[in-house]
Design a protein around this ligand. Structure first.
Ligand code: NAP
Length: 487
């Protein structure tokens, strides 16, 4: 591609469904619009799949499964490695495309493309390390052979907030394990996934292994596929409310599930913490992705001795963040995904202030066009404020004060979610004690970002089931088979 232009990167992407290695229009002929959340402008139209198109995509995945499962692990590994290299060679255009459809600042979009690429590198390394076993039976007479096989055709559903990385985190291990798949990206951000499908094809992925359906009717298209009986697994990333519904649907044919759901991350700062590091970590944990991350710090609990100073420094940093369209240089606070997201943040802030919270900076929307909300710090946020139990999904940092460790841990755990918790302390014993006591799948210990393709990502409680990434990530796409051997 020559010089990068906004229309150029949008024009370069396939807008049709990707089924059986071919780009095809929706059987209904319908399309839906993809908008730039910073301007409200329509970027393009993409194919709007019908339930029949969903079935065709599943047919293609089922048809490709047997041959794909037989490919040499090294062959799958090399496809993944090529995808990693292609993604990195096209960071600029893919990042611009992502910023246009999702709104995040360009620098963050580049970070996400690199992060997505890392899943392909990691799983290219895992594809050739699928292990098994040979064991003498306890009675000494028999032998146990243990081997791992691909689960089979998978259904993958991803959210809009990380339009490429959430797909990479599922597609990478599915390819490595030898599974075929149908993926449905979020309606608001289908373009990054369509671009990824083209890159994987260029990397040598055979027809039918990855099928992409874009649709404005996610329930109508996915439910028949889930209940069809031929897909063997559903891997979902999105809200807990939708995850619950999908788990019920999966019960019908007893599909295996991986569920990466919502979060409500507490961020604990103890009196003995390195305050510079805590403020830096708070900025990352809160403002990554404009606060629209499942891992976003949703509640700040700060010990009384450092609470005022922490609030002062965080306010100083938050009030200095440049706000604007993500394509503009230096912007940190891009638009939220849509008007509903702005309305939700507005409602949660109004609820907190009506219960006594004080606004230290921000606290308001920004005149359009676009869906902007100011970077905001609230203090004296009471524990019964709605934002203490609901995902804010925006650039709002609510601070509450605590006096002792037990109180902090109890407040942190007082949620149905359990994805990630952040802890800032310089006391090693406290660090380990609190890390063990927190009900979360992941802990950021003196660290504001936990995501890493080489580490097991996932939550407990209603934040989900299963792990993505790390050495266990591929297991989600493998079945263990035991062969009892009589000698
Ligand atoms: P969402 O509304 O649950 O949507 C996620 C995906 O599910 C989208 O592709 C959506 O399609 C689809 N969907 C919606 N209803 C469906 C149905 N009835 N059947 C099948 N698919 C359906 O979540 P979101 O607003 O896009 O994403 C934000 C949520 O994701 C937050 O709760 C966040 O915490 C969570 N998240 C979790 C992780 C993690 O790893 N734990 C990572 C990122 C995000 P449409 O786009 O067409 O609605």
């Amino acid at each position: 591609m020559g010089e990068l232009t906004e229309s150029g990167v949008v024009d370069a992407v396939g807008k049709e469904l990707f089924i059986g290695g071919k780009w095809v229009p929706s059987s209904s002929g319908r399309t839906f619009a993809v908008e730039d959340p910073a301007t409200g402008r329509v970027l393009c139209e993409v194919a709007d799949a019908s339930p029949e198109d969903g079935k065709a995509a599943l047919d293609a995945a089922v048809a490709a499964q047997a041959d794909w499962a037989k490919t040499a692990p090294r062959e799958r590994s090399e496809i993944l490695r090529r995808a990693y290299e292609l993604l990195n060679s096209r960071v600029d255009e893919l990042a611009l495309l992502m910023t246009l459809e999702m709104g995040k600042p360009l620098a963050e979009a580049k970070g996400e493309v690199a992060y997505a690429a890392e899943f392909f590198r990691w799983f290219s390394e895992e594809a050739v390390r699928i292990d098994g076993g040979y064991q003498v039976a306890p009675n000494g007479a028999g032998r146990f052979l243990v081997t791992k096989q691909p689960v089979g055709p998978c259904l993958l559903i991803t959210p809009w907030n990380f339009p490429m990385a959430m797909g990479g985190r599922k597609i990478g291990p599915a390819i490595a394990a030898g599974c075929t798949m149908v993926i449905k990206p979020a309606e608001q951000t289908p373009l990054s996934m369509l671009a990824l499908a083209a890159i994987l094809t260029e990397a040598g992925l055979p027809a039918g292994v990855l099928n992409v359906v874009t649709t404005s009717d996610p329930g109508g298209v996915m439910e028949p596929m889930i209940k069809d009986g031929r897909a063997r697994k559903l891997s979902f990333t999105g809200s807990t409310a939708v995850g619950r519904k999908l788990l019920e649907q999966c019960a019908d044919k007893v599909l295996r599930t991986s569920m990466e759901l919502g979060g409500n991350a507490p961020f604990l700062v103890f009196d003995d913490a390195d305050l510079d590091a805590a403020v830096e970590g708070a900025m990352q944990a809160k403002m990554r992705n404009i606060g629209e991350a499942c891992t976003a710090a949703n509640r700040f609990y700060v010990q009384r001795g450092v609470a005022d100073e922490f609030a002062r420094r965080l306010t100083e940093r938050m009030s200095a963040l440049p706000l604007g369209r993500g394509t503009e240089p230096g912007v940190v606070v891009g638009p939220l995904i849509d008007a509903d997201a702005v309305a939700k943040v507005t409602e949660l802030v109004a609820d907190a202030t009506s219960r006594g919270a004080k606004v230290l900076t921000g606290g308001a929307t920004v005149d359009g066009p676009g869906n902007f909300y100011q970077a905001t710090v609230l203090t004296e946020v009471p524990r019964d404020a709605r934002m203490a139990s609901e995902e804010i999904f925006g650039p709002v940092a609510p601070i509450s004060v605590f006096d002792d460790e037990d109180e902090a841990v109890a407040a942190a755990n007082d949620t149905e979610y359990g994805l990630v918790s952040y802890v800032y302390t310089n006391d090693l014993k406290r660090a380990l004690r609190v890390s063990e006591a927190l009900e979360a799948g992941m802990i950021g210990l003196n660290q504001g970002i936990v995501s890493n393709p080489a580490a097991p990502f996932g939550g407990v409680k209603q934040s989900g089931l299963g792990r993505e990434g790390g050495t266990v990530g591929i297991d989600e796409f493998l079945e263990t088979k035991y062969i009892a051997v009589s000698l």
